[in-house]
Design a protein around this ligand. Structure first.
Ligand SMILES: Cc1ncc(COP(=O)(O)O)c(C=O)c1O
Length: 508
């Protein structure tokens, strides 16, 4: 990092960080040693209240894995799913589907005696190293002094980011439709979320999602637009597979937003929990499920995953939130943060007061499965490619159901085909002058009556009034369905409910 960048970063911590964060220090005791003091090279521990691993009831764990999602339940024919086609070069990787986790193991792996012991606040070193290799491979930051810290999932990462930056009365910019639990985190620290308009108009000719022009104008005219409010300290974005809209910001948009962050000196919290789950553009679902479309990992990284804000961050102002929830399993409660070392240090100080380390069992499972079965970063990306193709197939099933429907053909609906993530937003086309929110509320009852659960857009707003005109959509997801039939059936119920609603003149 250059001196100038250090200075900017110094600002992020000393000027942009909350008073709470700046006041927090490491809890390690420091004592004044007498002159000539030499610590013993191998002290024995009578001071730490940690049970020896011999007290643990577990000696080893066998984790039995599948080769691909739904391996045991996929009902339609599949093709080219052989192990070799997925791991052509990984000779060292276990060919069996069992990963054995030992009480004591080689230093390359996390063993039971380490993982089930009290652990480092930063995370277990082998997993931390994996996260760093992973970020280096996929989203190498444009500044040098970055680090990772393990969290208990993205939700925990977000709480820590809010705590890091915001004092009571501080302003944070948030996309107008968002992951609403983060609004609670902002409220908890007394922050004030200010919505940023999203462009949802397909006819506008502009990229869908965050409206950069709106953001730029708002910042340029802050004092007149938001009289009495302090200048924003941060922007919170979900740049890929946006929840709830499903849009993904192009790298050009990210560069423009970053430029504004540099100009107006605010931090960017990048919540990229869906960034690796890229999706193919819609294609009619085939009757044979092609499990492998032979996308190479290099091609996946270069041409499918949109680079993180970190890759354009020269001054260490980006705080990237990652999770294993969407790629491995949400119940692990495991994720990580990537940010400047000074930011991760402050986050670790906070973590040592609240969560301490993330679950050792979760770290144990994830690190061993990735190291022993997938063979590291590229093998992990190959697993993600299998998720990608399975999610793409599911998304196509749902979209196909919509595109083939009378409701769609009659123009009652419009859809955004997402290029990442788990969400499809479906817009209901209501004529001008109709009381849209009253009608959408009624329609939601119709969905319940037809037996399909959806999320009304209005429930995902920062400010209902601000977003009323753009809230004429429902968020649908193809993630939780048991199988393909459930997706097509749910899609069918959805479109039939819409058609019925319009046929009855927008009445229940
Ligand atoms: C945008 C976004 N951020 C964060 C999370 C929380 O993820 P985690 O399970 O890792 O806490 C979710 C989960 O739905 C999400 O959609």
């Amino acid at each position: 990092m250059t001196a100038n960048n250090s200075f900017v970063h110094e600002n992020l911590i000393s000027k942009r960080a909350s008073k709470r964060s700046n006041a927090r220090t490491s809890s390690a005791a420091t004592e004044d040693a007498p002159a000539g003091f030499e610590p013993h090279p191998k002290p024995l521990a009578l001071h730490r209240g940690m049970p020896n691993a011999g007290f643990f009831p577990i000696d080893s764990i066998d984790v039995n894995l599948v080769e691909y999602p739904f391996q045991k339940s996929l009902s339609i024919p599949i093709t080219n799913a052989s192990v070799e086609s997925f791991f052509p070069d990984e000779k060292s990787v276990s060919r069996t589907n069992t990963v054995t986790i030992k009480k004591v193991d080689d230093p390359e792996y996390v063993d039971i005696s380490t993982a089930l012991q009290y652990g480092s606040v930063a995370g277990i070193p082998q997993l931390l190293q994996f996260t760093q290799e992973f970020i280096n491979r996929v989203h190498k930051p444009a500044f040098e002094d970055w680090d990772t810290v393990i969290t208990s999932g993205a939700g925990d990462g977000l709480i820590k980011a809010a705590n890091l930056l915001l004092d009571a009365g501080d302003v944070i910019l948030v996309e107008e439709f968002t992951f609403t639990p983060f609004l609670e985190n902002i409220e908890d620290v007394g922050g004030i979320p200010v919505p940023i308009k999203l462009n949802l108009d397909k006819d506008s000719g502009k990229e869908l999602g965050l409206d950069v022009e709106y953001l730029s104008d708002l910042l340029a005219n802050w004092e007149t637009e938001k009289p009495g409010l302090p200048f924003p300290k941060a922007l919170y974005v979900i740049p890929s597979g946006q929840n709830p809209i499903g849009t993904t910001q192009s790298i050009e948009t990210r560069k423009k937003v970053y430029k504004l962050a540099e100009k107006y000196d605010f931090a960017i919290i990048e919540d990229d929990v869906y960034g690796y789950l890229t999706l193919r553009p819609f294609q009619k679902p085939a009757s044979i499920f092609k499990l492998n479309d032979f996308l190479e990992v290099d091609d996946f990284i270069a041409n499918h995953i949109t680079p993180s804000y970190l890759t354009i961050d020269k001054s260490g102002r980006v705080i990237r939130i990652e999770t294993f929830s969407k790629l491995f399993a949400p119940g692990l409660r495991l994720g990580f943060i990537v940010a400047h070392k000074r930011v991760t240090t402050v986050i670790k100080n906070y973590a040592s007061d609240v969560t301490r380390s993330a679950s050792g069992t979760s770290q144990l499972i994830v690190q061993n499965v990735i190291a022993k079965k997938f063979g590291g970063v590229d093998g992990w990306l190959q697993w993600i490619l299998k998720l990608r193709i399975t999610y793409s197939h599911r998304k196509d099933l749902l979209l196909n159901q919509i595109f083939e429907s009378a409701a769609y053909k009659k123009g009652f609906l419009e859809v955004i085909d997402p290029t990442a993530g788990m969400f499809v937003s479906v817009f209901i086309k209501l004529a001008k002058g109709v009381d849209a929110q009253a009608k959408l509320k009624l329609l939601n009852y119709k969905f319940k009556n037809f037996g399909v659960g959806v999320i009304p857009g209005i429930t995902r707003t920062v400010d209902k009034k601000f977003s009323e005109d753009r809230s004429n959509f429902y968020r649908l997801t193809f993630a939780p369905a048991e199988d393909d039939n459930e997706i097509t059936e749910a899609g069918q119920r959805f479109v039939e409910a819409v058609e019925d609603f319009f046929e009855k003149g927008l009445e229940y």
